[in-house]
Ligand binder design. Sequence first.
Ligand code: FES
Length: 186
Amino acid sequence: MSTGVLGIRPNPRGRGSRLITINARRACDECTAYPLDARRLAGPIVARVQALRKSPVSEASPTVPAHTLHICVTCRPKGAPPEAVRDGRVLYEAVAALHADWPGRDQVALNGVECMSGCDRACTVALSGRGKPSYLFCDKAPTPETAAAALDLAAQYAASDTGVLMRGDRPGPFRSGILAKIPPGL
Ligand code: FES
């Protein structure tokens, strides 16, 4: 009778891993500890696979946007009391109102975050995307103009193969105030 348990083995085609069945009896011949370790490690994998199989949306998951526009919702001007309405929240809600009907929303997700370590240069806005450099902008005013410009900038970023945003091409509110440009991951 089979005593197989689930495990993960590198894909021989060179990309990622694949789910396999480990023969516990054979592993036991090689190392008595192996089947126990394999079962312990396999637990979360089995739970994940079972959850995916049960999920009603697993076959029709919506496409995940390849880019994200991040806006800090906790940014406030220097000296503003903590209990005051946050400029970052104002900016985020202005962008969210536009993003709800924005044609590029399949390409760019909107993400409200609490702090991007640019607190002295509120408001902060960032862009990230697969295989593209990430940008962190600062000193953005919480105005309707900035909100519209943020989506224009995000559209440029999504349309660019490299993700590089040249200063002269960027919308007015984003031509200055870059805190960071981080290369894409390897
Ligand atoms: S509170 Fe906005 S960057 Fe820290």
